[in-house]
Design a binder for this molecule. Structure first.
Ligand code: SF4
Length: 440
């Protein structure tokens, strides 16, 4: 392999992983390497993995299996694995796959270019799973953001919760919050480079606290950055929703009225077994607090069905909660036992076919509800930030409530705000036409 390689980064999982991959790509570009169009064209493939569900984990091994053929034809092809599966499974990944040259944990993405150099020189396989490394060291300018419109900015990493089903505390460690000044410097730099929207990231981002600044304080500071058009954040935990947080959502001008607030189950027994730290009534109280402050708030959530011991009645409690809240979007997952989690000790006794049925029931219900909720928007006017050009003259963007909106317009509008009159709707998106002249 040449000393400067063509690389391809494949990413599975959450926004945090996408942001880590953006850092890897940016660092490789800064080191003089070039992007390849596909894994098959690359000299170096980096797979950034997700361990949250077994299915996500298996994607790594499918990808590695697929690359074996390319490696037989081009033995100089190098493969790196990063992210949560690397952190969780460690060197087992090397022995199971047999074709991995470097393995880096969730806190070590900054070392990928250095490792690549050493692997090309003949060292390997190389492994760095040290979680004490500072994961915020990648220079802001070296992050190769995958969108020209929405830039991810890490606010905190890790999680201090102990949910029974979740590998994140094991893979990403306990909470580490980034200093406010470092976040503000990155956001100012992004605005100067033309990014209209920033999304603050953290596993439990609303638990943020650094030097006496809480999450509401951080939001206020970022919201005040001149030139920023929109501010979002994800993911939040219900336990850290309080009056200050609700007031920030109500009062800050650029902060969008959208919140992803995972509930996971509507059954108190299951919530307790999951160690979520709140009850069904507690969750509903938080929703009431938020909606009293921000009546137009769009609320989305995650649910796990088929958790060990989940009875039909307990599942129905979840269905009832979904009906009671009326979420704007839902991500429903079938429980899958993960290594190193406390739920592993429980009997995974809900049959897979039943888990699938429960997923289907909730998804069908949600689709009907969303179709109805979207239909109510027809005739309204939404502020839309143009995010993609789908075809010549055809644009897509998001409303402040994160609804996808399709409409006609020129490519030059990318990254700009438009007022769009909503003329049609479906379960997943709205359609419309530009109502008034550009805002700027
Ligand atoms: S709050 Fe629970 S589900 Fe979320 S990252 Fe932490 S342990 Fe995992």
């Amino acid at each position: 392999m040449k000393s400067k390689s063509r690389f391809f980064v494949e990413t599975f999982g959450c926004q945090m992983n996408v942001n880590d991959s953006e850092k890897v790509e940016g660092l490789l570009l800064a080191d003089g390497h070039e992007r390849a169009a596909s894994a098959e064209d690359a000299d170096f493939v980096f797979i950034n993995t997700c361990a949250v569900r077994e299915k996500a984990q298996e994607k790594l091994f499918h990808s590695l299996g697929r690359l074996k053929k390319a490696q037989r034809e081009r033995p100089e092809l190098k493969i790196g694995v990063g992210g949560c599966v690397a952190q969780l499974e460690g060197e087992k990944v090397l022995s199971r796959a047999g074709n991995v040259d470097l393995l880096v944990g969730t806190h070590n993405v900054a070392r990928v270019p250095e490792f690549l150099r050493r692997v090309v020189e003949g060292s390997g396989p190389l492994v760095d799973l040290d979680r004490s490394a500072d994961s915020f060291t990648v220079p802001d300018a070296d992050v190769a953001h995958s969108s020209d419109v929405r830039a991810y900015v890490t606010a905190m990493e890790g999680c201090n919760h102990v949910c029974s089903f979740c590998v994140v505390p094991r893979t990403r460690g306990t909470e580490v919050c980034r200093p406010v000044d470092a976040i503000l410097t990155e956001v100012r730099g992004l605005v100067a480079r033309g990014y209209p929207e920033v999304m603050l990231l953290g596993q439990t981002v609303n638990a943020y606290e650094h030097d006496g600044v809480d999450f509401a304080g951080l939001l206020a500071a970022v919201d005040a950055v001149p030139g920023l058009l929109r501010l979002r954040f994800t993911t939040s935990h219900p336990s850290h929703v309080d009056a200050r947080f609700a007031a920030a959502l109500r009062d800050l001008q650029r902060l969008c009225p959208y919140l992803h607030l995972p509930v996971q189950s509507g059954s108190d027994r299951i919530l307790d077994s999951m160690r979520r730290g709140y009850t069904r009534a507690g969750y509903l109280e938080k929703v009431a607090l938020l909606r009293a402050a921000v009546p137009e708030l769009a609320l989305t959530s995650d649910l796990i069905v088929g958790y060990p011991g989940e009875s039909e009645d307990e599942f129905q409690e979840t269905v009832d909660l979904v009906d009671a809240v009326g979420f704007d979007g839902l991500f429903v997952f079938a429980y899958s036992a993960r290594p190193g989690t406390t739920a592993l000790r429980l009997d995974d006794d809900v049959p897979e076919t039943e888990k699938k049925r429960r997923v289907r029931v909730l998804n069908e219900r949600q689709q009907r509800f969303q179709a109805q909720r979207h239909a109510e928007r027809v005739g309204s006017t939404e502020q839309v930030l143009v995010e993609t050009v789908d075809a010549p003259g055809r644009l897509s963007g998001r409303s402040r409530r994160f609804q996808l909106v399709h409409f006609d317009g020129p490519a030059e509008w990318l990254g700009q705000l438009r007022q769009v009159e909503i003329t049609g709707s479906g379960p997943n998106a709205l359609t419309g036409r530009v109502a008034v002249q550009p805002l700027h």
